[in-house]
Design a protein around this ligand. Sequence first.
Ligand SMILES: C[S@@+](CC[C@H](N)C(=O)[O-])C[C@H]1O[C@@H](n2cnc3c(N)ncnc32)[C@H](O)[C@@H]1O
Length: 292
Amino acid sequence: MTPTEYEYLRKFLKENSGLDLSADKQYLIESRLLPLARKAGLAGIGELVQKLQGGARTVITDVVEAMTTNETFFFRDKVPFDHFRDTIMPEIIKARAARRSIRIWCAAGSTGQEPYSLAMCLKEMSAALTGWRIEIIATDLSQEVLEKAKAGIYSQFEVQRGLPIQMLMKYFKQTGETWQVNPELRAMIQHRQLNLLHDFAQLGTFDVIFCRNVLIYFDQDTKINIFNRLARQIEPDGFLVLGAAETVVGLTDTFRPIPERRGLYKPNDPRAAAPKPALAGAAPRLAAMAGR
Ligand SMILES: C[S@@+](CC[C@H](N)C(=O)[O-])C[C@H]1O[C@@H](n2cnc3c(N)ncnc32)[C@H](O)[C@@H]1O
């Protein structure tokens, strides 16, 4: 791969998926894109770049998808799911007692282990949620991972990663070498393709947003832009849950961390934001106008 081809791919990925590759990640591109080029009958990365430049739609999608990292597992990091059960849900159940409905968005849900973990948590607290309307929307950029998430079929290895055996027995059915999530749990989740770089206002507002282990791949400006737009999709008393290596601190004041609840954030009331210097300067004039 020539330096020009590498620069083209870096820019292309940044624009199409947000992936921010440093100058020394040629090996990553090669290990992911060479097999793709070969499968498409192309001589190498150079020809793949030419296809991209020619605007070949399927190649664009394939390159973007091949460069995503889809690593995930059931109840990943455990703590966020403990917080979901012990902090988030009790608060939301209380606050929504009148309307009895909850909306949860699992942004970048990959192959489904994260949204299904949330669905299992909710099932485990079903006594407190009888008669409630619960919506879980799981989105991801990659169509390929969404297909797997929808099917809810996992290998023995995948169900051994993070999933307690009682949950496996209760919510999955074994078919040969694989395990499938039961229909009731599958029906709790709507899977949709969505690129976080694009507008997501159409999804509506949520009580809880899980957006974990995706923003780490983006640069600061992209993270800030996404945080600011997530803030518009979350109820004022809702919760944002980030991955262990992610934070809003130092990037935006649209969210604040919840002390002693690692990974949990609350939206800040935009009206409570510190006055901008221009507004502060206007205060004496306003006071004068008001006769003070
Ligand atoms: C490492 S996985 C994290 C999965 C899950 N949230 C977890 O923490 O286990 C990152 C996911 O983000 C998705 N992704 C990458 N860029 C994206 C984008 N611009 N918009 C939406 N999803 C994206 C990838 O396809 C991948 O499935």
